[in-house]
Design a binder for this molecule. Sequence first.
Ligand SMILES: Cc1cc2nc3c(=O)[nH]c(=O)nc-3n(C[C@H](O)[C@H](O)[C@H](O)COP(=O)(O)OP(=O)(O)OC[C@H]3O[C@@H](n4cnc5c(N)ncnc54)[C@H](O)[C@@H]3O)c2cc1C
Length: 425
Amino acid sequence: MFTSATRSAGLERTETFVRTGARQYAKARNFDFGPNNRANVSTLSPYIRHRLILEQEVISQTLARHSAGHVSKFLEEVFWRAYFKGWLQHRPAVWSDYQASLRTLIGQLEAEPTLLDRYNAAVGGNTGIDCFDAWARELVDTGYLHNHARMWFASIWVFTLKLPWQLGADFFLRHLVDGDPASNTLSWRWVSGLHTKGKTYLARVSNIVNYTDGRFDPKGLSTTAEPLTERAEYEPQALEFRDELLPTESYGLLVTEDDCYPETLASGLQPVAVTGGLAIRNRSALPVGIEAFNFSSAAVRDAVDRASRHFGVEGGYFEADDWSESLAEWATKHHVNTIVTAMPPVGPVADALSAATHALARYGIRIVELSRAYDREAWPHAQRGYFKLKKQIPAIIDRLELDELEPVMPQRVAAGDETRLSSGG
Ligand SMILES: Cc1cc2nc3c(=O)[nH]c(=O)nc-3n(C[C@H](O)[C@H](O)[C@H](O)COP(=O)(O)OP(=O)(O)OC[C@H]3O[C@@H](n4cnc5c(N)ncnc54)[C@H](O)[C@@H]3O)c2cc1C
């Protein structure tokens, strides 16, 4: 389904969906017709998640062809991603607490054979619940599930199978080609009644029969969904955008799986080399799925190839748990003390970079993180419920200057000239 993890494949898919599917999206989107019939949704999520294409581009192409009124549902869904990203950015402890409890639960799987058996039946698609078993296999085989299937699956996992939500979120994050720390963790929490406190999502048989077009008729589903509870209270903290001044010295450009459109990042400023780093294995102590790994790895390589051609400089690639050594070696080889990268949102890339920052400082190397205009505009409205951000969508779109997306041709910075890097996206 996602054989080509490239920007050009993402652009092509956007063009096709905008032309053939965007107008019918609001009416058709809730149907899961199965892996061979996905025309009613965009399937753009792996491209958007890796920023092979930017949300801004998807919005601008959609609005170039349709009036906002006809595609408002689609645009709202695109902004759900910004909502979850912004919400988690305000509460990074939700991610670190999830990771800590996941480590404990993975330990428990080893220590408690009955829990392990129930877990293995769920992830292996052997529960006897027809739809759930099919989706478990579809996820592992293709790396993708329809949104409605994700909601039903998570609900059955938590309320029928009574498995810990964190292990389900981990199963998704390791296998989804669009696996995203914010959208995934917070959607699982939303289904469980932890995001909007006390409000759960119950998977109902009639709903599944109807919206899978009669493909499934599950038996034995829970008819109640008691909200999960937790002791922690997560209050929003201030957002931090750490764009910094570019020093006069040259810099190396680092591409990660969180932003694979580096040509538009440091507009007008020429790096001396480009490298790509992959942190996907840090998503979990358990192995990541082959589809998810291949997509992320190919997306980063595609971005490095493009950037290396665009800037006319050498491109490299590394994959490591600890990024400090790989980055120190690369920066030393190219005689740079500054590494510029897209600001990584809360998740494994941010964790890897934050760990490397201290080690790199010992070599006199600093990391400059550039944020994108879209995130700076949207995230501040994602402190609590989605409605606040939704109200801002027209104003945000107005401010984004959607037609100014073409990468600016790079120029060398004159010695002594201190220029503020601007994000082109
Ligand atoms: C339990 C659960 C886990 C999820 N995990 C992820 C994840 O790891 N990564 C991920 O990108 N999405 C996740 N989602 C959201 C949603 O299911 C997918 O974004 C969507 O199914 C992707 O398919 P599409 O590109 O065809 O979406 P479309 O319906 O065509 O929507 C267009 C784009 O809008 C965004 N979007 C749409 N719906 C949502 C949503 N509910 N939340 C956030 N963004 C949305 C995506 O970027 C998507 O590509 C999850 C949802 C649930 C219920």
